[in-house]
Design a binder for this molecule. Structure first.
Ligand code: FCB
Length: 451
Protein backbone atom coordinates (compact mmCIF):
# COMPACT_ATOMS: atom_id res chain seq x y z
CA UNK A 1 0.00 0.00 0.00
CA UNK A 2 1.43 3.35 -0.87
CA UNK A 3 0.62 6.48 1.09
CA UNK A 4 1.59 10.09 0.71
CA UNK A 5 3.11 10.12 4.18
CA UNK A 6 6.88 10.63 4.37
CA UNK A 7 8.54 8.05 6.65
CA UNK A 8 11.88 9.19 8.01
CA UNK A 9 14.28 9.19 10.92
CA UNK A 10 15.53 12.01 13.16
CA UNK A 11 18.65 13.07 15.06
CA UNK A 12 20.06 16.29 16.56
CA UNK A 13 23.53 17.79 16.11
CA UNK A 14 24.75 17.83 19.71
CA UNK A 15 23.57 14.28 20.28
CA UNK A 16 25.52 12.73 17.41
CA UNK A 17 28.23 14.97 15.93
CA UNK A 18 31.03 14.99 18.53
CA UNK A 19 34.08 16.97 17.30
CA UNK A 20 33.04 19.68 19.69
CA UNK A 21 36.41 21.44 19.41
CA UNK A 22 36.99 20.93 15.68
CA UNK A 23 36.23 22.85 12.52
CA UNK A 24 36.05 26.19 14.28
CA UNK A 25 33.08 25.18 16.45
CA UNK A 26 32.61 27.22 19.62
CA UNK A 27 31.21 25.92 22.90
CA UNK A 28 27.48 25.77 23.44
CA UNK A 29 25.76 25.90 26.81
CA UNK A 30 25.50 22.11 26.63
CA UNK A 31 29.32 21.88 26.44
CA UNK A 32 29.42 23.89 29.65
CA UNK A 33 26.54 22.12 31.41
CA UNK A 34 27.90 18.64 30.74
CA UNK A 35 31.06 19.51 32.70
CA UNK A 36 29.12 20.24 35.88
CA UNK A 37 29.46 17.43 38.40
CA UNK A 38 26.25 15.44 38.54
CA UNK A 39 24.72 17.05 35.47
CA UNK A 40 25.05 14.00 33.21
CA UNK A 41 24.50 10.36 34.15
CA UNK A 42 27.86 8.67 34.82
CA UNK A 43 29.62 11.99 34.13
CA UNK A 44 29.49 11.33 30.38
CA UNK A 45 29.81 13.99 27.69
CA UNK A 46 29.08 14.51 24.01
CA UNK A 47 32.63 15.36 22.96
CA UNK A 48 32.74 12.32 20.68
CA UNK A 49 29.13 11.05 20.78
CA UNK A 50 28.59 9.10 17.52
CA UNK A 51 31.54 10.84 15.85
CA UNK A 52 29.10 11.69 13.10
CA UNK A 53 31.15 14.78 12.17
CA UNK A 54 33.74 12.39 10.74
CA UNK A 55 31.47 9.50 9.83
CA UNK A 56 28.55 11.32 8.25
CA UNK A 57 29.08 9.83 4.79
CA UNK A 58 29.02 6.24 6.09
CA UNK A 59 26.01 7.07 8.25
CA UNK A 60 24.13 8.40 5.23
CA UNK A 61 25.17 5.31 3.25
CA UNK A 62 23.67 3.14 5.98
CA UNK A 63 20.50 5.22 6.00
CA UNK A 64 20.20 4.87 2.24
CA UNK A 65 20.83 1.13 2.43
CA UNK A 66 17.82 0.91 4.76
CA UNK A 67 15.70 2.69 2.17
CA UNK A 68 14.97 5.65 4.43
CA UNK A 69 13.74 8.53 2.24
CA UNK A 70 13.78 11.42 4.72
CA UNK A 71 16.14 12.56 7.46
CA UNK A 72 15.43 15.21 10.07
CA UNK A 73 18.72 16.61 11.34
CA UNK A 74 19.70 19.77 13.17
CA UNK A 75 22.35 22.39 12.54
CA UNK A 76 24.65 23.27 15.40
CA UNK A 77 24.43 27.02 15.94
CA UNK A 78 27.85 26.86 17.67
CA UNK A 79 29.41 25.18 14.65
CA UNK A 80 27.95 27.64 12.20
CA UNK A 81 28.34 30.78 14.27
CA UNK A 82 30.71 30.09 17.18
CA UNK A 83 29.94 33.22 19.17
CA UNK A 84 26.29 33.46 18.22
CA UNK A 85 26.93 36.68 16.34
CA UNK A 86 28.76 37.84 13.23
CA UNK A 87 29.78 35.99 10.12
CA UNK A 88 29.23 32.27 9.68
CA UNK A 89 32.16 29.93 10.19
CA UNK A 90 33.22 28.70 6.70
CA UNK A 91 34.18 25.23 7.98
CA UNK A 92 30.77 24.84 9.58
CA UNK A 93 29.02 25.94 6.40
CA UNK A 94 31.12 23.48 4.40
CA UNK A 95 30.27 20.63 6.77
CA UNK A 96 26.52 21.18 6.51
CA UNK A 97 26.66 21.85 2.77
CA UNK A 98 28.38 18.50 2.26
CA UNK A 99 25.92 16.80 4.62
CA UNK A 100 22.82 18.21 2.98
CA UNK A 101 24.13 17.53 -0.52
CA UNK A 102 25.16 14.07 0.66
CA UNK A 103 21.57 13.40 1.68
CA UNK A 104 20.19 14.35 -1.68
CA UNK A 105 22.87 12.47 -3.59
CA UNK A 106 21.60 9.36 -1.81
CA UNK A 107 17.92 10.10 -2.46
CA UNK A 108 17.30 11.20 1.15
CA UNK A 109 15.29 14.38 1.65
CA UNK A 110 16.66 16.47 4.54
CA UNK A 111 14.30 18.14 7.02
CA UNK A 112 16.45 20.67 8.84
CA UNK A 113 16.00 21.98 12.39
CA UNK A 114 17.63 25.34 13.06
CA UNK A 115 17.67 25.06 16.85
CA UNK A 116 17.82 21.83 18.81
CA UNK A 117 19.07 23.23 22.14
CA UNK A 118 22.77 23.98 21.57
CA UNK A 119 22.90 27.70 22.34
CA UNK A 120 26.33 29.31 21.77
CA UNK A 121 27.93 29.87 25.18
CA UNK A 122 28.65 33.58 24.57
CA UNK A 123 24.89 34.15 24.18
CA UNK A 124 24.26 32.10 27.31
CA UNK A 125 26.76 34.35 29.11
CA UNK A 126 24.75 37.38 28.01
CA UNK A 127 21.57 35.96 29.54
CA UNK A 128 20.53 33.09 27.26
CA UNK A 129 16.90 32.61 26.30
CA UNK A 130 15.46 34.67 29.19
CA UNK A 131 17.01 37.63 27.32
CA UNK A 132 15.22 39.04 24.30
CA UNK A 133 18.59 39.70 22.64
CA UNK A 134 19.00 35.91 22.18
CA UNK A 135 15.84 35.73 20.08
CA UNK A 136 17.07 38.67 18.03
CA UNK A 137 20.47 37.03 17.56
CA UNK A 138 18.68 33.87 16.43
CA UNK A 139 16.75 35.85 13.84
CA UNK A 140 20.03 37.25 12.46
CA UNK A 141 21.59 33.78 12.51
CA UNK A 142 18.59 32.34 10.65
CA UNK A 143 18.98 34.92 7.87
CA UNK A 144 22.64 33.96 7.36
CA UNK A 145 21.86 30.24 7.37
CA UNK A 146 19.02 30.65 4.89
CA UNK A 147 21.31 32.60 2.56
CA UNK A 148 24.07 29.96 2.74
CA UNK A 149 22.18 26.68 3.05
CA UNK A 150 18.53 27.45 2.35
CA UNK A 151 18.56 26.02 -1.15
CA UNK A 152 19.69 22.61 0.06
CA UNK A 153 16.48 21.61 1.83
CA UNK A 154 12.81 22.33 1.33
CA UNK A 155 11.54 21.66 4.83
CA UNK A 156 12.74 23.61 7.85
CA UNK A 157 11.89 23.39 11.53
CA UNK A 158 12.69 26.59 13.39
CA UNK A 159 12.80 25.52 17.05
CA UNK A 160 12.66 22.06 18.61
CA UNK A 161 10.45 21.72 21.69
CA UNK A 162 10.42 25.17 23.27
CA UNK A 163 9.00 23.59 26.44
CA UNK A 164 12.26 21.71 27.04
CA UNK A 165 14.48 24.62 26.00
CA UNK A 166 12.63 26.81 28.53
CA UNK A 167 11.20 24.84 31.45
CA UNK A 168 13.57 21.86 31.55
CA UNK A 169 16.48 24.26 31.08
CA UNK A 170 15.63 27.25 33.26
CA UNK A 171 13.10 25.95 35.80
CA UNK A 172 13.56 22.22 36.35
CA UNK A 173 17.38 22.37 36.09
CA UNK A 174 17.54 19.16 34.04
CA UNK A 175 18.98 20.60 30.88
CA UNK A 176 21.52 23.27 30.00
CA UNK A 177 22.07 25.71 31.59
CA UNK A 178 20.56 23.90 34.59
CA UNK A 179 18.81 26.87 36.22
CA UNK A 180 15.87 26.61 38.61
CA UNK A 181 14.06 29.90 38.20
CA UNK A 182 10.43 29.77 36.96
CA UNK A 183 10.55 33.42 35.97
CA UNK A 184 13.52 32.79 33.69
CA UNK A 185 11.65 29.84 32.19
CA UNK A 186 8.57 31.76 31.14
CA UNK A 187 10.70 34.53 29.68
CA UNK A 188 12.69 31.90 27.79
CA UNK A 189 9.47 30.32 26.52
CA UNK A 190 8.28 33.60 25.04
CA UNK A 191 11.66 34.35 23.49
CA UNK A 192 11.91 30.88 21.93
CA UNK A 193 8.51 31.42 20.34
CA UNK A 194 9.63 34.86 19.21
CA UNK A 195 12.78 33.31 17.74
CA UNK A 196 10.49 31.05 15.72
CA UNK A 197 8.62 34.14 14.54
CA UNK A 198 11.82 35.91 13.50
CA UNK A 199 13.09 32.86 11.62
CA UNK A 200 9.76 32.31 9.87
CA UNK A 201 9.75 35.95 8.73
CA UNK A 202 13.33 35.54 7.46
CA UNK A 203 12.34 32.51 5.38
CA UNK A 204 9.33 34.30 3.93
CA UNK A 205 11.52 37.19 2.86
CA UNK A 206 14.62 35.36 1.63
CA UNK A 207 13.35 31.94 0.55
CA UNK A 208 9.58 32.03 0.15
CA UNK A 209 9.42 28.57 -1.39
CA UNK A 210 10.74 26.92 1.80
CA UNK A 211 8.25 24.97 3.94
CA UNK A 212 8.63 26.06 7.55
CA UNK A 213 7.16 25.13 10.92
CA UNK A 214 7.89 24.85 14.63
CA UNK A 215 8.02 21.56 16.53
CA UNK A 216 6.36 21.18 19.91
CA UNK A 217 6.43 18.31 22.36
CA UNK A 218 2.78 17.44 22.82
CA UNK A 219 0.60 14.99 24.63
CA UNK A 220 -3.19 14.81 24.88
CA UNK A 221 -3.45 15.37 28.61
CA UNK A 222 -6.43 13.81 30.34
CA UNK A 223 -7.63 13.66 33.97
CA UNK A 224 -6.98 10.59 36.07
CA UNK A 225 -10.67 10.44 37.00
CA UNK A 226 -13.77 12.54 36.54
CA UNK A 227 -13.39 13.99 40.02
CA UNK A 228 -13.61 17.78 39.82
CA UNK A 229 -10.09 18.27 41.23
CA UNK A 230 -8.51 15.93 38.66
CA UNK A 231 -10.42 17.58 35.82
CA UNK A 232 -9.36 21.06 36.93
CA UNK A 233 -5.71 20.06 37.29
CA UNK A 234 -5.75 18.33 33.88
CA UNK A 235 -7.02 21.55 32.32
CA UNK A 236 -4.24 23.47 34.07
CA UNK A 237 -1.56 20.97 33.01
CA UNK A 238 -2.78 21.13 29.42
CA UNK A 239 -2.44 24.93 29.51
CA UNK A 240 1.06 24.75 30.99
CA UNK A 241 2.39 22.10 28.63
CA UNK A 242 0.40 22.40 25.40
CA UNK A 243 -1.53 25.66 25.44
CA UNK A 244 1.40 27.88 26.33
CA UNK A 245 3.15 26.82 23.13
CA UNK A 246 0.25 26.11 20.77
CA UNK A 247 -2.12 29.03 21.49
CA UNK A 248 0.26 31.82 20.45
CA UNK A 249 1.38 29.98 17.30
CA UNK A 250 -2.06 28.91 16.12
CA UNK A 251 -4.49 31.30 17.83
CA UNK A 252 -2.38 34.45 18.01
CA UNK A 253 -2.63 34.93 21.78
CA UNK A 254 -1.66 33.11 24.93
CA UNK A 255 -5.27 33.09 26.08
CA UNK A 256 -6.75 33.86 29.49
CA UNK A 257 -5.99 30.60 31.21
CA UNK A 258 -2.31 30.59 30.20
CA UNK A 259 -1.98 34.26 31.17
CA UNK A 260 -3.54 33.58 34.55
CA UNK A 261 -0.97 30.84 35.19
CA UNK A 262 1.90 32.98 33.89
CA UNK A 263 1.03 36.64 34.62
CA UNK A 264 4.44 37.68 33.26
CA UNK A 265 2.92 37.22 29.79
CA UNK A 266 0.76 40.29 30.35
CA UNK A 267 3.87 42.43 30.89
CA UNK A 268 4.24 44.63 27.79
CA UNK A 269 7.99 44.66 28.28
CA UNK A 270 8.11 40.90 27.81
CA UNK A 271 5.39 40.36 25.21
CA UNK A 272 5.92 43.45 23.10
CA UNK A 273 3.66 44.88 20.48
CA UNK A 274 3.96 42.88 17.29
CA UNK A 275 5.43 39.76 18.96
CA UNK A 276 2.26 37.72 18.72
CA UNK A 277 1.77 38.68 15.07
CA UNK A 278 5.24 37.35 14.30
CA UNK A 279 4.71 34.18 16.34
CA UNK A 280 1.33 33.44 14.76
CA UNK A 281 2.28 34.16 11.16
CA UNK A 282 1.06 31.12 9.22
CA UNK A 283 3.59 28.33 8.86
CA UNK A 284 3.48 25.50 6.32
CA UNK A 285 3.10 22.64 8.77
CA UNK A 286 3.11 22.05 12.48
CA UNK A 287 5.68 19.65 13.96
CA UNK A 288 4.72 17.30 16.77
CA UNK A 289 7.07 15.30 18.96
CA UNK A 290 5.26 12.68 21.00
CA UNK A 291 6.60 10.04 23.35
CA UNK A 292 4.37 9.19 26.26
CA UNK A 293 0.85 9.33 27.59
CA UNK A 294 0.01 10.82 30.97
CA UNK A 295 -2.99 11.26 33.23
CA UNK A 296 -3.15 14.14 35.68
CA UNK A 297 -4.11 13.47 39.29
CA UNK A 298 -4.68 16.28 41.76
CA UNK A 299 -2.40 15.94 44.78
CA UNK A 300 -2.05 18.73 47.32
CA UNK A 301 1.23 17.28 48.54
CA UNK A 302 2.87 17.46 45.12
CA UNK A 303 5.38 20.32 44.80
CA UNK A 304 4.61 20.37 41.08
CA UNK A 305 1.61 22.76 40.98
CA UNK A 306 -0.46 20.43 43.17
CA UNK A 307 -0.71 17.56 40.73
CA UNK A 308 1.07 14.41 39.66
CA UNK A 309 1.53 12.99 36.19
CA UNK A 310 0.79 9.30 35.94
CA UNK A 311 2.06 7.33 32.98
CA UNK A 312 -0.61 5.26 31.25
CA UNK A 313 0.19 1.52 31.25
CA UNK A 314 1.82 -0.35 29.66
CA UNK A 315 5.14 1.42 30.27
CA UNK A 316 7.75 -1.00 28.93
CA UNK A 317 10.42 1.52 27.95
CA UNK A 318 13.59 2.29 29.91
CA UNK A 319 12.16 5.69 30.75
CA UNK A 320 8.92 4.07 31.97
CA UNK A 321 7.15 5.87 29.17
CA UNK A 322 3.97 4.44 27.71
CA UNK A 323 3.50 2.23 24.67
CA UNK A 324 -0.03 3.37 23.90
CA UNK A 325 -0.31 4.27 20.21
CA UNK A 326 -3.96 5.26 20.55
CA UNK A 327 -2.60 8.34 22.38
CA UNK A 328 -0.78 9.50 19.24
CA UNK A 329 -3.92 8.96 17.20
CA UNK A 330 -5.97 10.95 19.72
CA UNK A 331 -3.32 13.68 19.77
CA UNK A 332 -3.28 14.10 15.99
CA UNK A 333 -7.07 14.24 15.83
CA UNK A 334 -7.12 16.78 18.68
CA UNK A 335 -4.43 19.07 17.24
CA UNK A 336 -6.22 19.12 13.88
CA UNK A 337 -9.53 19.85 15.61
CA UNK A 338 -8.35 22.28 18.26
CA UNK A 339 -5.48 24.13 16.65
CA UNK A 340 -4.81 24.00 12.95
CA UNK A 341 -5.67 22.99 9.42
CA UNK A 342 -1.98 22.91 8.55
CA UNK A 343 -0.41 19.60 7.61
CA UNK A 344 1.01 17.79 10.64
CA UNK A 345 4.44 16.20 10.79
CA UNK A 346 5.31 13.81 13.59
CA UNK A 347 8.88 15.04 13.80
CA UNK A 348 9.88 12.64 16.62
CA UNK A 349 8.48 9.47 18.12
CA UNK A 350 10.30 6.48 19.52
CA UNK A 351 11.27 4.45 22.54
CA UNK A 352 14.33 3.50 24.58
CA UNK A 353 15.14 -0.04 25.70
CA UNK A 354 18.20 -1.71 27.18
CA UNK A 355 19.48 -2.97 23.84
CA UNK A 356 22.60 -5.13 23.62
CA UNK A 357 24.47 -7.20 21.06
CA UNK A 358 23.71 -10.92 21.34
CA UNK A 359 26.26 -13.66 20.49
CA UNK A 360 24.92 -13.78 16.92
CA UNK A 361 26.23 -10.22 16.50
CA UNK A 362 22.72 -8.82 16.16
CA UNK A 363 20.54 -6.56 18.30
CA UNK A 364 17.06 -7.98 18.84
CA UNK A 365 14.57 -5.35 19.95
CA UNK A 366 11.07 -6.77 19.60
CA UNK A 367 9.73 -4.16 22.07
CA UNK A 368 10.77 -1.34 19.74
CA UNK A 369 9.22 -3.10 16.75
CA UNK A 370 6.01 -3.42 18.76
CA UNK A 371 6.16 0.28 19.62
CA UNK A 372 6.84 1.37 16.04
CA UNK A 373 4.17 -0.91 14.60
CA UNK A 374 1.64 0.67 16.92
CA UNK A 375 2.64 4.30 16.40
CA UNK A 376 3.06 4.12 12.62
CA UNK A 377 -0.33 2.41 12.60
CA UNK A 378 -1.76 5.30 14.63
CA UNK A 379 -0.46 7.75 12.02
CA UNK A 380 -2.03 5.73 9.20
CA UNK A 381 -5.30 5.55 11.12
CA UNK A 382 -5.33 9.30 11.75
CA UNK A 383 -4.74 9.84 8.06
CA UNK A 384 -7.56 7.47 7.19
CA UNK A 385 -9.76 9.41 9.61
CA UNK A 386 -9.11 12.60 7.67
CA UNK A 387 -6.26 14.19 9.64
CA UNK A 388 -3.79 15.84 7.29
CA UNK A 389 -0.69 14.14 8.68
CA UNK A 390 2.12 14.10 6.13
CA UNK A 391 5.19 12.74 7.86
CA UNK A 392 6.57 10.53 10.61
CA UNK A 393 10.19 10.59 11.81
CA UNK A 394 11.37 7.82 14.10
CA UNK A 395 13.56 8.99 16.96
CA UNK A 396 16.27 8.12 16.43
CA UNK A 397 18.30 6.94 13.48
CA UNK A 398 21.02 5.72 15.84
CA UNK A 399 21.75 5.51 19.56
CA UNK A 400 23.19 8.81 20.76
CA UNK A 401 23.89 11.18 23.64
CA UNK A 402 20.53 11.38 25.39
CA UNK A 403 21.17 14.73 27.10
CA UNK A 404 21.40 14.43 30.89
CA UNK A 405 20.98 10.66 30.57
CA UNK A 406 24.24 10.37 28.63
CA UNK A 407 24.57 7.11 26.72
CA UNK A 408 22.33 5.13 29.06
CA UNK A 409 19.20 5.58 26.98
CA UNK A 410 19.29 3.96 23.56
CA UNK A 411 16.61 5.25 21.20
CA UNK A 412 18.24 4.21 17.92
CA UNK A 413 17.09 1.95 15.13
CA UNK A 414 20.82 1.46 14.70
CA UNK A 415 22.90 0.30 17.67
CA UNK A 416 26.10 2.25 18.28
CA UNK A 417 29.02 0.69 20.14
CA UNK A 418 30.40 3.86 21.70
CA UNK A 419 33.78 2.20 22.30
CA UNK A 420 34.44 1.25 18.68
CA UNK A 421 31.84 3.41 16.88
CA UNK A 422 30.56 0.28 15.15
CA UNK A 423 26.99 0.61 13.88
CA UNK A 424 24.69 -2.42 13.91
CA UNK A 425 21.17 -2.02 12.52
CA UNK A 426 18.80 -3.44 15.12
CA UNK A 427 15.93 -5.73 14.16
CA UNK A 428 13.72 -2.62 14.30
CA UNK A 429 15.82 -1.00 11.54
CA UNK A 430 15.09 -3.99 9.30
CA UNK A 431 11.45 -3.85 10.31
CA UNK A 432 11.29 -0.12 9.46
CA UNK A 433 13.03 -0.74 6.11
CA UNK A 434 10.33 -3.28 5.20
CA UNK A 435 7.56 -1.05 6.54
CA UNK A 436 8.78 1.86 4.42
CA UNK A 437 9.09 -0.34 1.35
CA UNK A 438 5.47 -1.38 1.86
CA UNK A 439 4.22 2.17 2.45
CA UNK A 440 6.32 3.95 -0.13
CA UNK A 441 6.83 7.65 0.49
CA UNK A 442 6.41 10.03 -2.41
CA UNK A 443 9.57 10.71 -4.32
CA UNK A 444 11.24 13.81 -2.92
CA UNK A 445 10.47 16.79 -5.12
CA UNK A 446 14.11 17.72 -5.31
CA UNK A 447 14.78 21.23 -6.50
CA UNK A 448 18.29 21.77 -5.25
CA UNK A 449 19.60 25.14 -6.14
CA UNK A 450 23.20 26.19 -5.86
CA UNK A 451 24.07 27.45 -2.42
C1 FCB B 1 13.05 14.78 22.73
C2 FCB B 1 14.24 15.52 22.16
C3 FCB B 1 15.25 14.60 21.50
C4 FCB B 1 15.45 13.33 22.29
C5 FCB B 1 14.12 12.68 22.60
C6 FCB B 1 14.21 11.37 23.33
O1 FCB B 1 12.44 15.55 23.72
O2 FCB B 1 13.82 16.46 21.20
O3 FCB B 1 16.44 15.31 21.32
O4 FCB B 1 16.16 13.59 23.43
O5 FCB B 1 13.34 13.57 23.35
Amino acid sequence: MSTDIVWGVATAAFQIEGATAEGGRGPSHWDTFQQQPGAIFHGEDADVACDHYHRWAEDLDLMASLGIPAYRLSLSWSRLQPTGRGQLNPDGVRFYRDLLRGCRQRGIEPYVTLYHWDLPQPLADEGGWPARATAEAFGDYARLVIAELGGLAENWITINEPICASFLSYDWGMQAPGHTDPDEAIRAAHHLLLAHGFALAAFREILPEARVGITNLLSRIRPFSDAAADMAKATEADARMNGLFMQPVHHGSYGELVESLFPQLTDPDLVREGDLQLISAPGDFTGINHYTNVLVKADDTSPFHGYRMIQVEPTPTSFDWSDTPEALHALLVWVAHEYTDLPLLVTENGATFHDYVTPDGQVHDPERIHYLEGYTGAVLQARADGVDVRGYFAWSFMDNFEWSWGYSMRFGLVFVDFGTQERIPKDSAHWYRDFIAGHASPLPTSKETTA
